[in-house]
Ligand binder design. Structure first.
Ligand code: ADP
Ligand code: ASP
Ligand code: MG
Length: 413
């Protein structure tokens, strides 16, 4: 008998029929005598609709109240699912985040799980109860409802799996696993049988939203084996596991893209110690996360700085820079561009291979795509390009690195 945590995403519980389908799936495992915790997302579109409502009510909705509102999406799903499960003869019981003792910090809208007390869930499981927990939500130390950030139900599932020492954490979604590229963009993308935590962490942070980045970090920290698979088929999905279990070593395992950032350039900044600190400190203090940064070689004591920020923070960043930084440095010009995309290639095999970056640049050059910024780590290379070339870049890279083939030429012996 195993203890299994299963998470079903928004599309998987998108309507009444689909929720019934999920209950039917769960029944098969329940009847085998396993202990099951089901974590559910809000029905597809519901979280967006709630955010929309909040913005109709207030130009800048209060973050505490926004979390109270957003958390209702998952509340609907667990109640409806538990009704369906009971109708199918299961002893089901729904729990909101706080009832499942999921504690978080107090960062409304992007709270981090700090602890999970599993006593109540364990007691229920021992009594043969099928436990349905609302994803994406918790309670802070003040007793206020928090939400974990978009895609956060994955993190609820992995946190519960870690705390319960579950045998398996299954993430059921609308694709059959983790692919070499977003299968909704690249028709020839292939499903990966396995992927390491480290590669998945990079892919998630660079745009592959199939798993929320925090869920991957948590799975890596606690060694939770995660199986990403489809709600709509019985096919094996992708196992996200420690690197030493991976038997297929590829130089490049995936291509990702992210259209959520904007680029900012400040020219004629004095090139002396302390400039970067003075420039970025007020932006960081405003809670704006800066990603890729490039500083040009200086000319006559002045340099240019280019960096990216989330599109959602672009206007705020521009206002801070315009009002505080430009006057302070008497910098020449502030320019912004929201029509950019970051295209990346990821793979642990890159550590031992040279020429991967050159090949990426060559592929983009052949397609006449200009690279605006480059950033690298041990296992990834990212290029910022004009947003309108995203699909072309992703597809060309996917093909050039042989990812659409069963036996990619780049596979190591
Ligand atoms: P859920 O609602 O189940 O949490 P998400 O929409 O958050 O599902 O994530 C699944 C989506 O992730 C897929 O529909 C797919 O378009 C997207 N995706 C992006 N990159 C990848 C990838 N490399 N492999 C699989 N899916 C990906
Ligand atoms: N319902 C939340 C969202 O849409 C959380 C999740 O689905 O993972 O982001
Ligand atoms: Mg998701």
């Amino acid at each position: 008998m195993a203890l299994i945590v299963q998470k079903y995403g928004g599309t998987s519980v998108g309507d009444i029929e689909r929720i019934k389908n999920v209950a039917q799936r769960v029944k098969t495992v329940y009847e085998q005598g396993h202990k099951i915790v089901v974590v559910l997302s809000a029905m597809a579109g519901v979280t967006n609709a709630l955010i929309n409502l909040a913005h109709q009510m207030s130009p800048q909705p209060d973050s505490r109240e926004l979390d109270v509102l957003m958390a209702t999406g998952e509340q609907q799903s667990i109640a409806l699912f538990s009704m369906a499960a009971k109708d199918l003869g299961m002893h089901a019981h729904s729990l909101l985040g706080f009832q499942a003792s999921i504690k978080t910090d107090n960062m409304f809208g992007r709270a981090r799980i700090t602890s999970v007390n599993t006593a109540r869930i364990e007691d229920m499981l021992n009594r043969g109860v099928l436990v349905a927990v609302a994803g994406f939500q918790g309670l802070d130390t003040q007793g206020d409802v928090t939400t974990l950030g978009r895609g956060g139900s994955d993190t609820t599932a992995v946190a519960l799996a870690a705390a319960l020492k579950a045998d398996l954490c299954e993430i059921y979604t609308d694709v059959e696993g983790v692919y070499t590229a977003d299968p909704n963009m690249v028709a020839k993308a292939r499903k990966l049988r396995q992927i390491s935590y480290e590669e998945m962490l990079e892919m998630a942070s660079l745009g592959a939203k199939v798993l929320d980045i925090r869920s991957v970090a948590m799975a890596a920290k606690f060694g939770v084996h995660v199986h990403v698979r489809s709600t709509f088929s019985d096919q094996e999905g992708t196992m996200v596991v420690p690197e030493n279990i991976i038997d297929e070593k590829l130089t490049v395992r995936g291509v990702t893209y992210n259209k959520n950032d904007a680029r900012i350039r400040i020219s004629q900044v004095p090139d002396h110690p302390g400039t970067a600190y003075k420039l970025f400190a007020p932006v960081a203090e405003a809670g704006i996360v800066i990603d890729v940064i490039v500083q040009n070689i200086s000319k006559e004591g002045y340099t240019d700085l280019t960096f990216t920020v989330p599109k959602t923070d672009f206007q705020r960043a521009m206002t801070i820079l315009e009002s505080q930084i430009i006057p302070m440095f008497k910098a020449g010009k502030l320019e912004g561009d929201t029509d950019i995309a970051k295209v990346s290639i990821v793979g642990i095999g890159m550590r031992n291979h040279s020429g991967v970056a050159t090949k990426m640049f060559d592929v983009l050059a052949r397609e006449n795509i200009n690279i605006q910024l480059i950033s690298t780590s041990e296992i990834k290379i990212s290029c910022v390009i004009d947003e309108k070339y995203t699909e072309l870049a992703v597809r060309s890279l996917h093909e050039a690195f042989g990812l659409d083939k069963d036996n990619p030429p780049q596979a190591e012996a």
